[in-house]
Design a protein. Sequence first.
Length: 237
Amino acid sequence: MTLIVKEIRAKTILSKSKIYPYVVNPYTGCQHACSYCYARFMKRVTGHREPWGEFVDVKINAAELLRKEIKKKKRAGVWVSGVCDPYQPLEAEYRLTRQCLEILARNDWPVIIQTRSPLVLRDMDIIQDARDFEVGLSVTTADDAIRKLFEPNAPKIEDRIAALDTLHRAGIRTYAMIAPVLPGAEGLAELLKGKIDYVIIDRMNYHYADWVYRKYGLLDKLSDDYYYRVRQELASL
Ligand code: SF4
């Protein structure tokens, strides 16, 4: 897969969000390229023509903007991130998410981190010292063979669960985001037990990934029965 990386200077970084008061996206585009990703609407918004997952704009002035913007805005929860994974592989090199977290922690803003990557463990020093940070790992199935079909470029499921375990043991508030509920999600409750403070389960719009369900004969896993069975299992957590 080709990847076109462009360093850009963004105009703003601390944006309003419908889910949490604010959202910070240090990148436009996401190397994880999940087949069902709703964030591909960003292609339209930003005028990108490349396939989703094959471009990333790196907002190199993210920290500089955030430092200025938090002085002008009212302190409230910040979601990191909404339309990209803040710990996609490029973050290992650019460290923009880390810089933004440092600023938010220093100014005592609440932060909700959401990722599919154990790279978040690199920033445990900041997260642990902050007063009101929590970390969610998206875990969409218990079966890594299924993960490979839908999220071939994202980290392994066992590595995400291990990251939750490490964070939770360190006293950090953790959650699992089960969205979408992919096939093979039965058994997730067992894997997550004792590693999270809460779970979010969301039935997302799957239509981008319909072809994957069709190609691998998994259409029965889009049924209400399947969804409610998994939801009931997770309710026991
Ligand atoms: S990690 Fe999140 S933002 Fe990135 S492609 Fe997957 S669903 Fe989309």
